[in-house]
Design a protein around this ligand. Structure first.
Ligand SMILES: [Zn+2]
Length: 367
């Protein structure tokens, strides 16, 4: 019901874009009705059961099958569109705090073909982890591998699956099967938005750019698979460069640092004075902006800032790549207290959790 209403609301917007834009909008290839960055329950139309990561286990090779619905993270998936490959990554929310495992195809003899099982895996096999989400009308979608669009995500029967039932005829298993047109009912899925229970998202922090629809790609993600010590996100423009764009304070707080050094470049560190809801030490959250071009003249250490206040502009100072589409970027991170430089001694938080509907596009493979 919710989904249908949402589609109806979106339609005038899409028509409007089509009329105004001479070239297709940047998100032309995204699937209407599935909001990139959204978190969804994915329900099978044939069985009315839900896509489910076995027991919410966060490990490579854990089976994904259908199961009766429960409001739990193992049935919640974060959908992220990757423009470079015109495909989606489907992240398990039960694996979202650090390892970021995704829906993955178990190849048969190296191939992505009918009969392949679907499991949870780290981001190590991109072509077996990229999906097309195809609208079938109404609230139904099929989910097909980018590498082979003649097969689709399919559940077997109406039973609950198991971790060991990994064949195409295992009760309740989810696998890939030949699919033509809209497929069978067991190849049709509904994406049901998960009401936000993310304590960070509900804080209502200001996005760090005034125009998030333009400035919200990530060129290097939080603890990405090939850069696990990267404790923040590198934010770039969705297309083109981002030099000199005003940076906003995401929260009110106290300026702990507004200075230059050879590593961080011009940087600003703010104590938001807000406690980390998941922080074991109950520390307040500090945010850091690195590699800035300018620092606003009215910022000084131990001074205060308000949410949305301009604190400077984007640049490429310090230990950064040469200027360019990805060279000029904002490194932004959040930690639960008193982290200024070097390897953090305390825990960091994936900044994407603060803006789950915004920070979703990646110009390089997603972590
Ligand atoms: Zn960075």
């Amino acid at each position: 019901m919710k989904q249908a209403k949402h589609l109806a609301c979106l339609l005038p917007f899409v028509l409007c874009l089509a009329a105004l834009e001479l070239s297709p909008p940047a998100n032309a290839a995204e699937t209407p009705g599935v909001l990139t960055g959204g978190v969804y329950y994915i329900r099978n139309y044939g069985s009315s059961k839900y896509l489910n990561v076995h027991a919410g286990v966060d490990a490579d090779g854990v089976n994904v099958y259908q199961y009766q619905g429960y409001p739990v993270a193992q049935q919640q998936f974060h959908v992220a569109y990757e423009p470079a490959s015109d495909s989606y990554l489907i992240f398990a929310m039960s694996s979202y705090t650090g390892t970021n495992r995704v829906l993955d195809i178990v190849r048969i003899g190296g191939s992505i073909i009918s009969g392949c099982n679907v499991d949870l895996y780290s981001r190590v096999d991109f072509s077996a982890q990229r999906w097309k989400i195809v609208a079938l009308g109404g609230s139904k979608f099929k989910v097909v591998p980018s590498a082979n669009t003649g097969i689709a995500l399919t559940s077997f029967g109406t039973q609950n699956g198991t971790n060991t039932g990994t064949s195409p005829t295992s009760a309740g298993n989810v696998f890939l099967d030949n699919c033509s047109g809209s497929g069978t009912a067991n190849q049709q899925w509904e994406f049901i938005p998960v009401p936000s229970s993310n304590p960070y998202a509900s804080m209502g922090w200001t996005f760090m750019y005034a125009n998030p629809s333009l400035h919200s790609s990530i060129s290097s993600g939080y603890k990405r698979y090939d850069r696990v010590d990267h404790n923040g996100i590198d934010v770039v423009r969705r297309s083109g460069g981002i030099f000199g764009v005003s940076l906003l304070s995401v929260s009110s707080g106290t300026v702990k640092k507004a200075a230059y050094n050879s590593s961080s470049g011009n940087h600003v560190v703010i104590d938001t004075s807000v406690f980390d809801p998941n922080g074991p030490q109950g520390n307040t959250m500090w945010v850091r902006y690195l590699h800035m071009d300018q620092i606003a003249a009215n910022l000084y250490e131990n001074g205060t800032v308000t949410a949305g206040q301009i604190i400077g502009t984007t640049g490429y100072t310090g230990n950064d790549s040469p200027p360019g589409i990805d060279g000029t970027h904002l490194h932004f991170d959040v930690n639960n207290g008193q982290y200024m430089y070097g390897p953090p001694a305390i825990s960091t938080i994936n900044p994407q959790r603060f803006w789950p509907g915004v920070l979703v596009r990646h110009t390089s493979p997603i972590n």
